[in-house]
Design a protein around this ligand. Sequence first.
Ligand code: ADP
Ligand code: MG
Ligand code: ZN
Length: 474
Amino acid sequence: MLNVHESDVDVMIGLECHVQLNKLNTKLFCGCSSDYQNDPPNTHTCPVCLGLPGALPVINRKAVECGIKVALALNCTIQEETLFYRKNYYYPDLPRGFQISQYDFPLATGGIVHLEGEKGREIRINRVHIEEDPGRLVHKGAIEQAKYTMVDYNRSGMPLLEIVTEPDLKSPQEARQFLNKIRNILEYLDVFDGNLEGSLRVDANLSIEGGQRTEVKNISSYKGAERALLFELTRQKNILRRGKKVVQETRHFDEARGITISLRTKEVEHDYRYFPEPDLVVMRVGGWVREIERSLPELPDAKLDRFLREYGVSPVHAKVLTSNIHLANFFEGVASMIDPAFCTRWIADILKGELNYRGVGVERIAQPDFIDLMKLLEEDKITDHGAIEVIRTILDHGGDVGEIVREKGLLKAEIDETEIAVNAVIEEFKGAVDDYRSGKREALNFLVGQVMKKTRGRADPDHANKLLIGRIED
Ligand code: ADP
Ligand code: MG
Ligand code: ZN
């Protein structure tokens, strides 16, 4: 029997990631709008994506362009000639009885992705290919008990990229890190919105100690991938502990229960009877690739290097700032007006923390507003504490910096002036203070009036009110 300790198990993980190119206007082989997420079922369909007999597919040039962009960003080699195949299987979400996909002549092969962190290991990409998404089944209730199932073809024919890694990942955590990196790259390329439902689906393969691998199908989130793999890792370890062998099989991830369930073993593995799609010609990309390569934006690794050089930020901060294209752009906008060393801490530590806590993006706060706030801090007109309060207020309720600062009386000058006046009034009108203490609430109005008089109306009455109560009840 193998002695399997927690730490020294040899783990191999390979991922097959399906990402929806959901920023294109139309589907992969027809002119149906791909912006279907908020529309009623079956309203984005036509004979092509419904698989009606005789309907002919036409490849979406933009989808191929996006595919090439992604493949280049993953350091792949684009193949001169690429072919579409029919992948045959029967399922109600696949009206034609086959999916148009790619097989032995994929769009691109042999790439590299760098994981982040000190180790920064290289994960090899086996291939990137283009395929269409099937429709979506909607079960009435839990899948096992559903009385009936409905099918929505809005998603049918959406362009997908399948990104297949070599089995280079060594832990579930690393798999999640890899997925985050892929998402980041896709968002830099502006071909993908990871917030949309079903935008990323993963099949995760895992083996330990050189044994057979299992494939967990249809994981639909980044966290889900890590959880499914953790479950699978433990399950396989337990099999070895009992002196048994893992058998190659396909398993299903039950997201709600956090477990994987056997779907089928190798013997009954599907035979997809792949054959070339006769309705589409061989695609030759030629010089177009160079053109696309020239139009690629700066990618996360390059941006991280530049932030280190140009702004002198720490590696940890550079990583945070480039972990999302919107945050990176936000930072650069602010850093063009404010000392980068100063605003880095405010963006990468404080703002990012507040965003993460709320699970929202940096779009929640307008750049000019944030710059205003940084200026107040630089000019020492607001305390750190006050600035954090402004950020929180904007993220929770919106509003602009000037207004919030005024309403909450957060400017230092105002604080000082009002405080001085409050202290003076308390000294001067001891009688009114005593009245208030013995329950005469209206005495407070008198005291606020005196504060307003002393500050010649510059104090904020609500703020003066709060300060007075605070002092008197101390
Ligand atoms: P198939 O042709 O059966 O689909 P592939 O060679 O295409 O198999 O691999 C599918 C996925 O399985 C890839 O992501 C690959 O990295 C992964 N994989 C292959 N062998 C192993 C293994 N021994 N352990 C874990 N993952 C593996
Ligand atoms: Mg495969
Ligand atoms: Zn259509």
